[in-house]
Design a protein around this ligand. Structure first.
Ligand SMILES: [Zn+2]
Length: 367
């Protein structure tokens, strides 16, 4: 919570009510007034209450804070670095002295904040130089449910542009018992769409190249990629590299190979043979959004050559982003346009087949 509660000059930037005509207001006067103070346990000083004279909604300085409706406002910052430092929810909970459910809820909240932050800062600018795309393999719930997280990265800056995901059918070598188990699961819960990789790669490219008239896209030889590329409105020159080629810095796909390594190195749910695997790919996408903000805006592009983050190389920022600035203010989903898949991530509507109940995000206050 960064808003200075004692600053008498603080003015609300817009109405927090998403149905109000002043919600998307930016700059200039709008009709609000101060309505006294109240006290709450998590803020040490009296909190200013205000109301919107257009829609009548009352709110406070806290409404614009990332710690709005949080009992433990200190946890957000501390969880952020632990998620990018490869700890699972239970380990973080032990470390911070709170319950694993609190950690999972706050990771989801940080993930939503990071989805909005990246879209607000990036603004789907046309990429700088070639774009490298790939599908990162992992699984949700059990190894009977493999998934791909599709990622797009700029070759020249390592800026991570966007990500989507696909659920896949389990393939590869299986014992007779495993084949029977797969048949039972599919009979009960259905099969993933066999065209999911093509569709989700198409959205990845459509969002990444929405402002580009032409582009160079580099990928491996996956056979679903050419039809996805043909379906995108942008003129694309597609360069293919054999995935067996050594994954050295000289490999044309190095930017995405490095990102794959970084994801596996930094997130507990994607380690090989882990017991911290994602129960839902929804949760995996939220963790990826946190990692994406850290990778693009906070972390040096190369650890051995510090001084520039990918966002600094692109000229988007003069300095690395700090956690204090990232969590400076609450971001409102009604004010930032999210692409289709990220809209689903925000609402938590990505379904995991075998789970009876997939909890969505319907909270109004604890956003
Ligand atoms: Zn209003």
């Amino acid at each position: 919570m960064r808003i200075n509660q004692t600053d008498p000059g603080w003015t609300p930037p817009h109405c927090p009510n998403r149905k109000c005509k002043y919600h998307n207001h930016s700059g200039g006067p709008w009709p609000w007034r101060r309505r006294g103070f109240y006290r709450c346990r998590s803020v040490p000083v009296p909190v200013q209450r205000l109301d919107c004279r257009a829609c009548g909604v009352t709110f406070s300085t806290q409404t614009f804070s990332v710690s709005y409706w949080l009992k433990r406002p200190d946890l957000l910052e501390r969880i952020f670095m632990r998620v990018t430092g490869c700890m699972c929810a239970r380990q973080i909970a032990r470390d911070l002295g709170c319950s694993p459910e609190t950690v999972s809820r706050l990771i989801a909240r940080l993930g939503r904040h990071c989805l909005l932050y990246h879209m607000e800062v990036w603004r789907q600018q046309a990429p700088q130089g070639p774009v490298v795309v790939d599908g990162f393999e992992s699984f949700e719930y059990s190894q009977y449910h493999p998934i791909h997280h599709h990622v797009a990265v700029e070759k020249e800056t390592d800026f991570w542009l966007y990500h989507t995901d696909s659920e896949l059918r389990r393939k590869g070598r299986m014992t007779g018992a495993q084949k029977r188990r797969r048949a039972d699961i599919e009979a009960l819960h259905g099969r993933p769409d066999p065209r999911s990789i093509r569709k989700d790669m198409q959205e990845l490219l459509e969002v990444t190249l929405s402002r580009a008239a032409d582009a160079v896209v580099l990928s491996d030889e996956h056979r679903s990629y050419p039809p996805a590329i043909r379906a995108v409105a942008c003129r694309i020159r597609h360069q293919v590299t054999n995935s067996k080629k050594p994954r050295t810095p000289g490999n044309p796909l190095f930017a995405v190979n490095l990102l794959d390594l970084l994801i596996r190195h930094s997130q507990a749910n994607h380690k090989r043979e882990t017991i911290a695997f994602s129960k839902r790919r929804q949760g995996s996408a939220e963790r990826l959004a946190i990692l994406q903000v850290w990778r693009n805006y906070m972390k040096w592009r190369r650890e051995k050559r510090p001084g520039k983050t990918p966002a600094m190389l692109k000229g988007m920022m003069a300095q690395p982003l700090t956690l204090a600035i990232l969590l400076e203010k609450r971001l409102f989903p009604g004010r930032v346009a999210l692409p289709p898949r990220w809209g689903e991530y925000y609402a938590r509507t990505v379904r995991t087949r075998e789970l009876g109940s997939n909890r969505g995000h319907q909270l109004e206050y604890a956003f």
